[in-house]
Design a protein around this ligand. Structure first.
Ligand code: NDP
Ligand code: OXD
Length: 309
């Protein structure tokens, strides 16, 4: 039995130490060193190369290094007969709540406009809506959106959420399906996109969706770049109704240096940095799932391969 980590750019020492503390009896390996494929029973991976997972004959479970799993679905040789777990982790969730709260408050308190006034040395107090007058809508109402909504509640925002299946969440007006989508969009002064990237959601944020938003709306896309049609987003910023967008995720990452997003005055770009998978938190989360598996229990975050998330 052994755990294999694959995630380029990660500091392996921190992960080795974190897993050693959690699972001292489970040997740890990573793809940058020699390992015995037959010994690997659990893989903890981000963007594994095609065929890596299929090359592990005794694999019992695939643990995604992130909440999103489209990086696994992209593997044409993905073993489909063993459980795949997406990451549901307090550290990752806390990071997302901070980021979404920060950007929501920044738009709510009109900080981009104050920056513009500062640039031209103008002293103007802009009319300020109360949080109760500001409607924050979530595309996707899963683990991360629910945590973000909870984090925004104390400010008093009106909260709206849209998902695939119907939901009943205290303090959030929930909708689902196509009619529900437009009902929600029409009210979302700030739209937070936290959908997974699947065949059903790719390109979902297009001209039709953007044009349904109220005039002056802001978009925060922390889901995936492939959810948004780039040209439609830029058009909606140029001609309305969109005023601002915070984009953390992109079709191509790193975002190419000549991409129009970089220099657009209405766009804030962050480098897929909204929420981090941290050794101190995520190793415990993955270890808990491995223990559940070994005890014959149900693991948390099981991916439905047909739905793609
Ligand atoms: P969940 O699986 O918990 O939630 C996904 C939500 O999207 C659910 O509410 C689901 O509906 C909804 N959904 C999925 N497909 C559709 C559809 N076709 N129509 C309507 N709603 C749909 O995921 P998480 O909240 O944990 O994560 C969401 C995404 O956030 C990840 O997949 C990842 O892409 C992104 N992410 C980005 C990070 C970053 O740093 N930028 C960090 C972490 C995650 P239902 O509830 O009915 O199933
Ligand atoms: C994730 C991410 O999916 O970091 O967790 O994007």
């Amino acid at each position: 039995m052994a755990l294999l980590l694959h995630c380029e750019g990660e500091e392996i020492g921190a992960w080795r130490a974190a897993f050693a503390a959690e699972l001292p009896d489970l040997p740890f390996a990573h793809t940058g060193e020699a390992y015995d494929p037959e010994a690997i029973t659990h893989a903890f991976v981000w963007q594994p190369p095609t065929g890596l997972l299929a090359s592990l004959p005794n694999l019992k479970a695939i643990h995604s290094f992130g909440a999103g799993v489209e990086h696994l679905m992209a593997d044409a040789e993905l073993p489909r007969d063993i459980p795949i777990l997406r990451l549901i982790d307090p550290g990752l969730t806390a990071g997302m709540v901070e980021f979404v709260a920060m950007e929501t408050l920044r738009y709510h308190r009109r900080m981009p406009e104050y920056r513009e006034l500062q640039a031209s040395r103008e002293w103007w107090m802009l009319p300020q809506a109360t949080a109760a007058e500001r409607r924050v809508g979530f595309l996707g109402m899963g683990v991360l959106s629910q945590a973000c909504a909870e984090g925004l509640k104390p400010f008093g925002f009106e909260l709206l959420g849209w998902s695939r299946s119907p939901k009943n969440i205290d303090g959030v007006t929930c909708s689902f399906g196509e009619d529900g989508l437009f009902e929600m969009l029409e009210q979302a002064d700030i739209l937070v996109c936290l959908l997974p990237l699947t065949p059903d959601t790719r390109d979902i944020v297009d001209a039709t969706v953007l044009s349904a938003l109220p005039e002056g709306a802001a978009l925060i896309n922390v889901g995936r770049g492939g959810l948004v049609v780039d040209d439609d987003l830029i058009a909606a910023l140029e001609t309305g109704p969109l005023a601002y967008a915070t984009l953390d995720v992109f079709r191509e990452e790193p975002l190419p240096v000549d991409h129009a997003y970089w220099g657009h005055p209405g766009i804030t770009v962050t480098p897929h940095a909204a929420a981090w998978t941290l050794p101190g938190s995520a190793a415990a989360t993955v270890a808990a799932n491995i223990r559940r598996y070994e005890a014959g229990g149900d693991m948390i975050g099981l991916v439905d391969l047909d739905r793609g998330y």
